[in-house]
Design a protein around this ligand. Structure first.
Ligand code: PMP
Length: 365
């Protein structure tokens, strides 16, 4: 019950543990093609958007966005809500860009007014970055007004959905967002190992206009013919895909599409409501400052007075795994529980988690 990697559905677990097949084999080509199409459905992206699946974790997906869009001197407004936003800022710097950071105290989200004022004061910004759910704090950002603001100002918007995709509403087409990046191991309910990203036509065009190409292994222009090849059933080689994970991706995304993306969002909302009910009964206080900025995919909760990280070991003794805090200097003061992906559909696992925490705290539910 950590905020990723998550428990897998039985079918996804089975698919992921099958013998690896060749990257040109029929089952892999077909699975890859279906998975790319399903990504547009889960991302609610237009037909013109380009999905990418690369081997690696969410950090690689972040770098896939930054490496293609940030050049030396590129100014990028960054809405910072925690540890992973800070990582994004560092990545932008390392690619020679200049992050203009708008941050809120831990648990908060900078207001749209504040973001707008910072953009007014930094008219050279070409990009707007935000973390949909920052896993370090469980803070949820509403991407819709940010994507709209970016459109109005002619900026490209990039959202890190690693702890959100399929667990929190995201409407790439309706909101006009340009990049939504993710990873396999969280609300998508897959094993770790894949970086996933969908880019708008505008974003792809921005890469095409660059003066210098990005690192070869991250270059969208290298990957586009590969993704298009798999989608059209005529695969080409650039770099060997993680074939077992591609098979699992196909099975996992098909499961989500069969349930329906709207219903999957609703399952996460319902699971989060259940968990919040437990936390309330246990007298636990959430780190996010209000319900409006609290994620549905996970909970970040302060330890009650007199309790510390030893709680995690006491919960583990009951065979339930939860995670410690991540954002310094608050990290020793809170813990985190994931409730996303397949687990969001397993009320008995949610109840067992709450019961283990209750017993470790010596409180009753
Ligand atoms: N962004 C967010 C919001 C994350 O939660 C994480 C991982 N927890 C990452 C990026 C980095 O992903 P990974 O650990 O898979 O590299």
């Amino acid at each position: 019950m950590i905020p990723g990697p998550v428990e897998l559905s039985p079918r996804v677990a089975e698919a992921a543990s099958a013998r690896p097949l060749g990257h040109m084999s029929k089952p892999v080509v077909e699975a890859f093609g279906r998975a790319l199409k399903a990504m547009r459905e889960v991302w609610k992206a237009p037909a013109t958007a380009q999905p990418f699946v690369v081997s690696g974790s969410g950090t690689v997906a972040m770098e896939l966005a930054v490496a293609n869009l940030v050049e030396p001197g590129t100014q990028a407004l960054l809405v910072s809500t925690g540890y992973f936003s800070e990582r994004m800022a560092e990545m932008i710097r390392r690619h020679g860009g200049e992050p203009v950071i708008v941050a809120a105290p831990p648990g908060g989200v900078p207001s749209l007014d504040e973001v707008t004022r910072r953009l007014d004061a930094a008219p050279g910004c070409k990009l707007l970055f935000a973390t949909h759910v920052d896993t370090s704090t469980g803070v949820l950002v509403d991407p819709a007004p940010l994507a709209k603001l970016a459109r109005e100002r002619g900026l490209l918007s990039v959202f890190d959905g690693v702890c959100a995709t399929a667990g929190e509403r995201f409407e790439m087409e309706a909101w006009g967002a340009d990049v939504y990046l993710s990873a396999s191991q969280k609300a998508l309910g897959l094993p770790p190992g894949l970086g996933l990203l969908v880019a708008s036509e505008r974003a792809i065009e921005a890469r095409a206009r660059r003066n210098a190409p990005p690192p070869l292994s991250l270059d969208w222009q290298q990957w586009i013919p590969i993704m298009q090849g798999y989608e059209s059933g005529a695969p080409k080689y650039f770099a060997t895909p993680a074939t077992s994970l591609i098979i699992a991706l196909d099975v996992g995304l098909a499961e989500l599409c069969a349930i329906g993306v709207e219903q999957v969002f609703e399952q996460h909302r319902a699971a989060a409501e259940t968990m919040r009910g437990y936390w309330q009964r246990l007298g636990l206080r959430a780190l996010p400052e209000s319900a409006a900025v609290t994620a549905n995919t996970m909970s970040a909760l302060y330890y009650p007075d007199g309790v510390d990280a030893a709680l995690i070991g006491k919960v583990l003794a009951q065979d339930v795994i939860i995670a410690g805090g991540l954002l310094q200097p608050l990290a020793p003061k809170y813990f985190r529980v994931g409730h996303m992906g397949w687990t969001s559909r397993q009320p008995e696992l949610l109840a067992r988690t709450a019961a283990a925490i209750a017993s470790a705290l010596g409180r009753s539910l």
